[in-house]
Design a protein around this ligand. Structure first.
Ligand SMILES: [Fe+2]
Length: 166
């Protein structure tokens, strides 16, 4: 249950196509780990959520190649097959693989969030998107998005710590 091989595969996949995505994937993983620490998520569940975070945007590669666009719907369409290929040989059960593919295939669609694993991925990824706003001029908007989207206690605390000015 070592996530390092999956990190290496993600890096080599993005390296030659969209290298800027490597840091994003690692940042989302870091956010997910902080949330999982706070929520007491350990063992297999922690590994599976970590793998999801590492690979969540992997569909961008084929989306870019096939459609010339990495927009959300194309990423979601291309993500599951790409993730499955990279996870070959990592010892995942069919159910685990299916769950990871479901989350990756819907990771831009909030109405599809249906469990703690998906919720953590949602918060970890959204946090990176929200960091891009100018904190000084976006406090009201950020507060609104945070209140609507962050449902884990640790995710909410992390978002407020990073984004909200006192
Ligand atoms: Fe992302």
């Amino acid at each position: 249950m070592n996530k390092e091989p999956v990190i290496s595969k993600m890096k080599s996949a993005f390296e030659i196509t969209i290298p800027s995505e490597i840091d994003h994937a690692l940042n989302v993983l870091k956010n997910a780990e902080i949330i999982m620490d706070g929520e007491g998520i350990k063992g297999r569940e922690r590994y599976l959520i970590s793998v999801t975070a590492i690979l969540h945007d992997i569909g961008m590669i084929n989306a870019k190649e096939k459609y010339g666009s990495t927009s959300g719907p194309y990423q979601e369409k291309e993500g599951p097959a790409a993730a499955k290929e990279l996870l070959e040989g990592e010892g995942l059960s069919d159910d685990e693989m299916e769950r990871i593919c479901y989350i990756i295939g819907n990771h831009h669609t909030p109405s599809k969030v249906d469990g703690m694993d998906f919720q953590i991925q949602w918060e970890a990824d959204l946090l990176e998107a929200l960091k891009k706003f100018d904190k000084g001029t976006s406090q009201d908007m950020l507060k609104g998005i945070i209140n609507k989207n962050f449902k884990t206690k640790s995710g909410l605390e992390l978002a407020e710590k990073i984004l909200i000015m006192n």
